[in-house]
Write a protein that binds this ligand. Structure first.
Ligand code: GAF
Length: 392
């Protein structure tokens, strides 16, 4: 659906469910694709994501009382979810609207005044379970709606932190800051180079000329809550505790590759050693990748993407057969510069850098190999790198 059609669909549903649409407002917040720097954001390392043109939309209007009503065009059968003051129950709330309620809850906890309730109708065009951050886009969307409608003085980086806080503490998913930051701070045709230890960031223009970035979806739904994601965090923390006995570091992101290789023998558990190796080397790869992009060296950028995937597959163990099949099929093609899984892993999408005029052939060939091996089709999207949240 085009944006005008989305607005129309939202308005029609709003009118049907809640009546009067006078004064209704429309907002959007994007999903993200990460180019490189995976599982580094809770290890004090760097990430390099972009906001996408796909994301979450809302039609919204203030209410007189303090109740909230949520309806999604994507979740058929769920109906309207109503929430009064006592219906904000961290960790117990498992409905889709928990990503929105969590933000309201987190804002109040932060001392921000939520003077009245809202009626909302939502729509998202990020494929469900694709690992392109539909949840972060909902959180940032809710945050920007509250900022605008209640006139709250919060910055966009703060909205990202509120989204992360709510996801950690309301939804029970121990994520880092990357997804919410990418959604809140997106810039058209730029990647965000973010140091997650300090939240210092800069924008790097994505100048691809004869190249393009294709996102390939395994269509294997990934679900991070309750998955090995939280285990990886614990394993990284364990590695850090051991290495802190030898170096005065606050995070694994402070180590150089040489530091790591000098210290690795101190980590006796091979699993913990592998996790630390990924966290350290991936951070340094991300710094190198940003430099390669600035220098226009797409070959080097692609090599670093490949190394990133290999490390996520072998040392961090967050890939899966479906992701590896997409990556291997892509890398076998001579016009592909680099390909890797993107996001948390265990399903979801890959990101591939390739020559633009070969993209149709790429999709045809990869699709064929994937379906033959996995038994169901994958899907493709050309990454359109976009701005952060906005009012329509
Ligand atoms: C998920 C998390 F939400 C992010 O914070 C990040 O850790 C990512 O996985 C892995 O890089 O998207």
């Amino acid at each position: 659906m085009r944006e005008e059609e989305i607005k129309k669909a939202l308005e029609e549903k709003f009118s049907e469910l809640y009546g009067n649409t006078e004064g209704i407002r429309y907002f959007f917040a994007p999903g993200r694709v990460n180019l490189i720097g995976e599982h580094t954001d809770y290890n004090g390392g760097h990430v390099f994501p972009c906001a996408l043109s796909m994301g979450s939309y809302a039609a919204v209007k203030k209410r007189e009382d303090k109740n909230f009503r949520f309806y999604s065009l994507n979740v058929e059968g769920a109906g309207v979810i109503s929430a009064g003051e006592h219906d904000f129950t961290p960790l117990e709330d498992k409905q889709w609207a928990a990503y929105l309620k969590g933000v309201i809850w987190a804002m109040e906890k932060r001392g921000l005044e939520i003077p009245c309730g809202l009626d909302l109708v939502l729509y998202g065009n990020i494929p469900n379970g694709s690992g392109l951050s539909s949840s972060a886009s909902l959180e940032v969307l809710m945050g920007s709606i509250c900022k605008e409608l209640y006139g709250l003085s919060v910055s966009f980086p703060e909205l990202a932190l509120i989204g992360q806080y709510s996801e950690n503490n309301y939804n029970g998913m121990n994520c880092g800051i990357m997804d919410q930051f990418a959604s809140a701070m997106g810039k058209k045709d730029h990647a965000i180079f973010l140091d997650t230890a300090t939240l210092q960031f800069s924008y790097a223009p994505i100048v691809l000329k004869d190249h393009c970035i294709i996102i390939s979806n395994t269509n294997k739904k990934h679900k991070l809550i309750g998955s090995a994601y939280n285990d990886r965090r614990r394993e990284s923390e364990e590695a850090l505790k051991i290495l802190q006995k030898f170096r005065p570091i606050k995070s694994l992101g402070e180590l150089s590759d040489e530091d790591f290789f000098a210290l690795e023998k101190e980590i006796s558990n091979p699993i913990i050693r592998m996790r630390a190796k990924h966290a350290v080397l991936e951070n340094n790869r991300t710094i190198a990748a940003k430099k390669a992009l600035e220098e226009g060296d797409l070959h080097r950028f692609g090599e670093l993407m490949n190394l990133s995937h290999d490390s996520l597959r072998d040392d961090y163990e967050v890939s899966c057969e479906e992701l590896d099949t997409l990556v291997d099929a892509a890398r076998d093609l001579p016009y592909v510069y680099g390909s890797r899984m993107t996001g948390g892993g265990f399903g979801g999408c890959t990101v591939t850098l390739l020559e633009k005029d070969k993209k149709e052939e790429f999709m045809r060939k990869v699709a064929e190999i994937y379906e033959r091996k996995i038994g169901y089709p994958c899907s493709f999207y050309e990454a359109e790198i976009s701005d952060g949240p906005r009012e329509l």
